[in-house]
Design a protein around this ligand. Structure first.
Ligand SMILES: Nc1nc2c(ncn2[C@@H]2O[C@H](COP(=O)(O)OP(=O)(O)OP(=O)(O)O)[C@@H](O)[C@H]2O)c(=O)[nH]1
Ligand SMILES: [Mg+2]
Length: 230
């Protein structure tokens, strides 16, 4: 059983960028536009010290303005429930935002270990700019730049791998149906392709027997390409 880490935060703070760098993939869609991630995206991290974990990228917890954002929010809550560790990402360029107090409050209701990640520290000269994030009240705080690969090795070596070691020791990790790469048998890969709104996501959810992918009667609801095991 592998510990599960979830990425939470406002939209556009760099959650997917961090997902890609930690999983050493480009599986998560990244763009300078809010609301790009909607579904839960599962990835697999294997760090140099041979520590492994499952990482979940999410839409995060932000203001919900429409049906898709409401459904994405629900997907994020499922991911938090599944996870053993929360990485709460904030954006140093934007500074502390009022909804981040709300997100902190929500996260705390789950009583899970949380690390506050101050992302986008590149290009910031004034180190006092980071101080406002301390008012969120998290003990473990790490400053990084996901897109410039700054602080990532320290995040892995000083925070993530010791935590993974402890989780495994305590055998606290939960079962997940994510098909990790430890499996000896190579699964057959099937791609579900078709025009917009022809019910591709409905078909996948029926196969999985769960509401894994957001279904909405709006063209182009699924943005990321989602991999899942069945
Ligand atoms: N300067 C700077 N930009 C970054 C950094 N990390 C991410 N970005 C940029 O921020 C934008 C948003 O990044 P994403 O990773 O898509 O953010 P997200 O939180 O997943 O966004 P949503 O899925 O839309 O909620 C992109 O243009 C990234 O290139 C960073 O460390 N520094
Ligand atoms: Mg994203």
């Amino acid at each position: 059983m592998i510990p599960i880490i979830v990425l939470i935060g406002r939209t556009n703070v760099g959650k997917s960028t961090l997902f890609n760098i930690l999983t050493k993939t480009r599986n998560a869609l990244v763009a300078n536009y809010p609301g790009i991630t909607r579904d839960r995206q599962y990835g697999y991290c294997e760090f140099e010290s041979n520590q492994k974990s499952i990482l979940i990228d999410t839409a995060g917890l932000d203001i919900k303005r429409n049906e898709i954002e409401e459904k994405a929010h629900q997907q994020t809550l499922i991911a938090i429930k599944e996870a053993d560790l929360i990485l709460f990402i904030v954006d140093a360029h934007k500074g502390l935002m009022p909804q981040e107090f709300e997100i902190s409050k929500k996260i705390r209701t789950y009583q899970k270990k949380t690390i506050l990640i101050i992302n986008k520290i590149d290009g910031i000269q004034d180190i006092y700019k980071f101080n406002e994030f301390y008012s969120l009240g998290f003990k473990k705080i790490k400053k990084v730049s996901a897109s410039h690969n700054r602080g990532i090795n320290t995040l892995i070596n000083e925070y993530l791998t010791p935590w993974i070691a402890l989780e495994i020791k305590n055998k606290n990790t939960k079962k997940t149906n994510y098909n990790n790469q430890e499996s000896k048998k190579k699964p057959i890969k099937v791609a579900i392709i078709g025009r917009k709104n022809v019910r591709k996501s409905t078909l996948i959810n029926s196969l999985l027997k769960e509401k894994k992918i957001i279904i909405c009667n709006i063209l182009g609801t699924t943005l990321d390409s989602i991999a899942t095991s069945v």
